[in-house]
Design a binder for this molecule. Structure first.
Ligand code: PLP
Length: 402
């Protein structure tokens, strides 16, 4: 293989902006088409599973989803639930309580509802909640906290990936000194890993400093751990260790557990027992949830081992691809599974994408105006020998250069 070109600079996170993540992850094969037709196009040829460097995971088509559920059911018949009680939903809740080390877990239809109900109930009669400026709660939940739950969100850490203890102390001091009405701060929440900062993982030390202080001061703590398994795979900090620093933790069932939707909220039994009534008030109580919870339970089993392999294989692939002339894949500071890919001018991304898809069922995302692309490592990698993926790139680049 050719030597890697030296001197390619690492991405300036703040200049380019983590917000650029969303448009960049649209796959070239899918651009402009509806999501469902994109997924149809990505359906692999028989015997060859697709590998994508775009999504959190395989993004099953309806046919793949049905096949998988059928396979799960054949191996161990799926037990029905009734308004989220019993059956496979109960089994998943029990498993989540175990892995997070909390007394109880509960299924909710979405992570948005899990986050909102967690901060609402943790806050009691208080009105203020400290949230990360770049968090899903602050930016992507349609101002539900303000409009539905009458909470005032105090965003911290603008223009950085995450806030630290000093930011928390300064914010509290500022509020105390500058506001006349002292309605209280009740809860501090953190998101980890951080979606809008390309999967940045907050160092455990920072989490411990913030949460220890908040506990001393009597504030409640919520963790948006939608992708906590990924933080854990890269940081080697267990899910239970992360969860132990918070009163409640939410984990998504569809980011890395491949369900169609759904969320788990974990915490003390007294707290979790208040949730069903709240879900009902919001109209979120659904008769059957087994199609989500059976899928999530299936993928929860062995997730740690599979991700150790994803990290190992992904690191190897990236290191080998970086040896190819004209390819630069760089890591985000404190990053997890999202990388920045830059190609030299003489490698046409569209041609490379087409080659990788046509010959190896490998899909890539799109580049932004500066030619930078997000390169996301996920479990689809495990269906291939890493050398095959590297070889596909090598032959693709050679054929483009002629
Ligand atoms: C960090 C984070 N939290 C919460 C959510 C909300 O999840 P849901 O789509 O289930 O409401 C998402 C979804 O994108 C997310 O990325």
């Amino acid at each position: 293989m050719k030597a890697r070109k030296e001197g390619t600079s690492r991405r300036d996170f703040f200049k380019i902006g983590a917000l650029s993540t969303i448009p960049l992850v649209i796959p070239a094969v899918a651009y402009g088409a509806s999501p469902s037709s994109d997924l149809q196009k990505e359906k692999p040829a028989p015997g060859k599973a697709a590998v994508n460097f775009i999504y959190d995971g395989p993004m099953f088509s309806p046919q793949d989803y049905l096949e998988k559920l059928n396979e799960i059911d054949q191996a161990n018949p799926i037990e029905i639930d009734y308004y989220s009680s019993g059956g496979v939903t109960k089994a998943l809740e029990e498993e989540f309580a175990k892995i997070t080390g909390k007394e109880k877990a509960i299924y909710l239809p979405t992570g948005t509802m899990a986050n909102q109900l967690a901060i609402k109930l943790l806050n009691g009669n208080n009105t203020k909640v400290i949230v990360p400026d770049n968090s899903h709660v602050f930016r992507d939940e349609a101002d539900a906290a303000q409009s539905v739950h009458k909470l005032r969100l105090i965003p911290l850490g603008k223009n950085k990936a995450y806030f630290n203890l000093n930011d928390v102390k300064n914010a509290i001091k500022y509020l105390d000194e500058n506001e006349v009405f002292k309605s209280g701060l009740g809860t501090v929440m953190i998101e980890n890993p951080i979606r809008r900062a390309d999967g940045t993982i907050i160092p455990l030390k920072t989490i411990v400093e913030i949460t220890d202080y908040c506990r001393e001061q009597g504030y409640k703590l919520h963790l948006d751990g939608a992708r906590i398994h990924i933080a854990s795979a890269y940081s080697k900090v267990s899910v239970a260790e992360y969860a132990s620093h918070f009163d409640t933790v939410y984990v998504s069932l569809y980011k890395y557990l491949n369900a169609g939707s759904g969320a788990m909220l974990c915490g003390d039994a007294d707290f979790i027992d208040q949730i069903p009534h709240q879900i009902k008030i919001l109209g979120g109580t659904m008769l059957r949830n087994w199609s989500n919870t059976a899928m999530a339970l299936h993928y929860l089993n062995g997730i740690e081992q599979r991700w150790q392999e994803v990290v190992r294989s992904g690191t190897h692939i990236i290191s080998e691809l970086n040896k190819l002339e004209g390819v630069t894949i760089s890591a985000v500071k404190n990053g997890s599974n999202v990388f920045d890919l830059k190609l030299a001018q003489d490698i046409d991304l569209q041609e490379l994408t087409d080659h990788l898809y046509a010959t190896h069922k490998i899909t890539l995302g799109r580049a932004n105006e500066e030619g930078l692309m997000k390169f996301k490592v996920n479990e689809t990698l495990l269906s291939r020998d890493p050398e095959e993926i590297v070889h596909a790139w090598l032959t693709g680049i050679e054929s483009i250069r002629g």
